[in-house]
Structure formats: C-alpha cells, structure tokens
Design a protein around this ligand. Structure first.
Ligand code: C5P
Length: 225
C-alpha cells in the first residue's frame, strides 16, 4: 500500500460470512486500522434501547446519533467499543441488540451520520473496513473491494460456535430463524442495503479457514484486484 495516501480495503457480506475475523487479521497483517462498522450501528442501538426510545421514530434516532460519540480502539484482545466513553464491547453483542439493530440500520438519516464518521476515520489513515455498504456507499471509490459469502448452514454454524465459545446458551433453531430474518432485512432495506459492488471480488468462504481467506484476499491485492 502507498504509505502517505490513506486507502480503504472494503469487505462486505452477510452475517457469519467471516468478515470480522478476516478483516481484523487482514488489517493486522497489513499494519492498518480495522474498522468494524457493525459495531457502530450496534452501539447506537444499545444507547437507544437503554434510553427506552421509540425505535420507529427515525428523527429521534437521528437526534440521538448527533449527540453520541462512538470510538473504536483496536487491541490485541479485540476491538474495544466506547459509547460516550463507556466500554460497551460486550453489551453490543447481546441478542437483544443484535435483533434490534435493524431499526437503526434502516434510518436513512442515521446512516448518513454513520457513513460520515466512517469516512472521517478513513481519511486519517489506511483502513480495512467491513460491513454491509462499505464498498457500495461508504467508499465507492475504493480500489480494493471484497464481498465474503458462505452457505447459510455454515454461517449459522459459525455463529453458534462463536456464541458457545463465549459460554452462551444457544437455541439452534431460533438462531437460524434470526439469522434468516437479519439477512432478509439487510438485503431488502431501502437505504444502504447489502449488495455486491460491481467491482468487488466475491469470495465464498464456505470451504476456507480465516487464514485461507486472508491469503486469498492478499493474493488478489497483489495481483491488483
Ligand atoms: O456486522 P454486524 O453483524 O455486527 O452488524 C450488525 C447489523 O448492523 C447488521 O445486521 C446490519 O443491519 C447493520 N449494519 C449496517 N451497515 C453496516 C454494518 C452493519 O446496516 N455497514
């Protein structure tokens, strides 16, 4: 990568396709900042839920976003998410936040604010950014775009494993139902829906390990993807 011009490598895809682990490892190997945009949507959802706001009220959510500070810090142990200075890294992964984030994600005014924050971070440094709209809306000019996908069953299994490793109880059927619903909402929302950018390289991670996926991405980058 060119050292003095900040550049963005974008990774989009559905939940469970491996984006977070792959993006974090790719950023580590390249020595650039890792930006988890989903964590921003989750953090604002957490704040709205805690305040008991009406999640259907888009303009109330925009006001909320305007008076919120979300900061992401990358550490060896993972990404620390600071919501108005409070560490909410664990709290934003709760099932309630996971299932209510779509209210925040479908509010066009909120997305504009989030996209602005993400562009500011990308203007300061080179980044690997992952989410649903990062190659299509946030950085449409990015030279390196990837879209990770995987079979539904495999994505569900990865989520189940991840939660069990954290000691969480998982009901497999409801997790699959929720994942399906989240996919549907991500693909069909009017603003910033999940879709493959025309110039993105699509990688099916079904048969791949995290390192295998990162190697594949690096191969494309080297070859000028
Ligand atoms: O990536 P993660 O699963 O943490 O994202 C949580 C939710 O945030 C997604 O289901 C999606 O609704 C929303 N999101 C979004 N745009 C992004 C990243 C996440 O709408 N760029």
């Amino acid at each position: 990568m060119v050292k003095d011009i900040p550049q963005a490598i974008t990774i989009d895809g559905p939940a469970g396709a491996g984006k977070s682990t792959v993006a974090r490892e790719l950023a580590r190997r390249l020595g650039v900042f890792y930006l988890d945009t989903g964590a921003m949507y989750r953090a604002l959802t957490l704040k709205a839920v805690r305040l008991g706001l009406n999640l259907e009220d888009a303009s109330g959510l925009v006001d909320l976003a305007r008076r919120t500070r979300i900061r992401l810090e990358n550490h060896h142990s993972g990404t620390k998410v600071l919501l108005d200075g409070e560490d909410v890294s664990e709290a934003i992964r709760s099932p309630e936040v996971t299932n209510k984030t779509f209210y925040i994600a479908r509010a066009g005014g909120v997305r504009e604010i989030m996209v602005g924050w993400q562009r500011e971070i990308g203007a300061r440094q080179s980044i690997v950014i992952e989410g649903r709209d990062v190659g299509t809306v946030v950085f449409p000019e990015a030279a390196r775009k990837f879209y990770l996908d995987a079979d539904f069953e495999v994505r569900a299994r990865r989520r189940i494993k991840e939660l069990r490793e954290k000691g969480k109880q998982v009901d497999e059927d409801s997790l699959k139902r929720e994942l399906q619903e989240r996919d549907h909402k991500d693909f069909t929302r009017a603003v910033g829906p999940l879709k493959v950018a025309d110039d993105a390289v699509v990688i099916d991670t079904t048969p791949l390990t995290v390192d295998g996926t990162v190697d594949e991405i690096l191969k494309h980058i080297k070859n000028g993807a």
